[in-house]
Design a protein around this ligand. Structure first.
Ligand SMILES: Nc1ncnc2c1ncn2[C@@H]1O[C@H](COP(=O)(O)OP(=O)(O)OP(=O)(O)O)[C@@H](O)[C@H]1O
Ligand SMILES: CC(C)(CO)[C@@H](O)C(=O)NCCC(=O)O
Ligand SMILES: [K+]
Length: 272
């Protein structure tokens, strides 16, 4: 049986959420699969989540599905879910699995891996496969915290590192020492003042960590890895990286779309 042409089309929109340590990022797509059209997107500090339903989300096309990554705690999750009551769509929060969307999870306890890390890696793997490059890959996310992951050519997540983001590093130094309270400086090869020394130190710590994981993965696989870097502060790191890399926007959203295809595409109305 086919529905009459005159019936209003059911929404096939997907709301994708990336609830980080500091901010919530959201994106509304016209359908739940890679290549979907982006209808609207935005970002809100976690303190301001309460404004979403009455504000940014008020006039949106109602999503049929909501799929999210969240690394913030239960309190934040509860507050996001309250805003989502605006629509009927139930929310699915990603919990990392032993394997999904072409990626195998090598974590000792797969569900303890941060969902943002899992989703970004799925996004990275899909991106490489889409262009026929099944190569080892280093995935870098630069945000409140920094993560650097290693994936082999077969799509096995071998392991990764977590380090403080640039902001946390500098705040830790400020609060842990007596005399370090200075404005942001410049990245210099040989810093000669405190501001430059701090800013360069944080930047080199991140660039050096990426170099180290890239070396580990090269040695382990005997191949030259691809390095994909994402996150709001990725562009700040870009001039200072020591391995070849690509800056890619929204790996988390790429990953959420790939997962949405596996979870929801079967319940999409057939296209004419
Ligand atoms: N020069 C810099 N180099 C690298 N990182 C920086 C620099 N300046 C700021 N940052 C980092 O960028 C972060 C902001 O990045 P981003 O916008 O991705 O974070 P966020 O969305 O707030 O994080 P989350 O996703 O964890 O909520 C800051 O917390 C800080 O640690
Ligand atoms: C490491 C962060 C904070 C990065 O956002 C997040 O992925 C997280 O809280 N992870 C849980 C611990 C883990 O990934 O081992
Ligand atoms: K994040």
């Amino acid at each position: 049986m086919t529905a009459p042409d005159t019936a209003a089309p059911a929404s096939t929109a997907l709301l994708a959420l990336d609830v980080g340590n500091t901010r919530l990022k959201w994106a509304l797509y016209d359908r739940p699969e890679p290549g979907a059209r982006l209808l609207a997107h935005g970002v809100q500090f976690l303190e301001n989540i309460e404004t979403l339903a009455e504000g940014d989300w008020r006039a949106l096309r109602p999503p049929r599905w909501v799929l999210g990554s969240i690394v913030a705690g239960a309190g934040v999750r509860q507050r996001v879910e309250e805003q989502l009551e605006l629509w009927d769509a139930p929310v699915q929060w990603v919990v990392p699995r032993p394997a999904e969307a072409g990626l195998v999870n090598g974590y000792d306890h797969p569900t303890r891996l941060g969902s943002d890390r899992w989703v970004a890696m799925i996004g990275a793997r899909q991106r490489l496969l889409a262009r026929g490059e099944a190569r080892p890959c280093v995935v870098v996310m630069v945000g409140t915290a920094v993560t650097v992951e290693a994936i082999d050519a077969e799509g096995r997540f071998l392991g990764g590192i977590i380090l403080p983001g640039h902001g946390i590093m500098l705040r830790a130094l400020e609060s842990g020492t007596a005399g370090l309270h200075v404005p942001t400086g410049e990245v210099r090869a040989f810093p000669t003042n405190t501001s430059d020394a701090l800013t360069s130190g944080g930047t080199f710590a991140i660039a050096g960590a990426v170099q180290r994981m890239w070396d580990n993965l090269s040695r382990h696989t005997g191949q030259t890895p691809v390095c994909l870097m994402t996150g709001g502060a990725g562009w700040k790191m870009a001039p200072h990286m020591t391995v070849p890399f690509e800056l890619v926007e929204g790996l988390i959203f790429d990953g959420l779309l790939a997962m949405a295809r596996e979870r929801f595409a079967a319940s999409m109305p057939a296209r004419a």
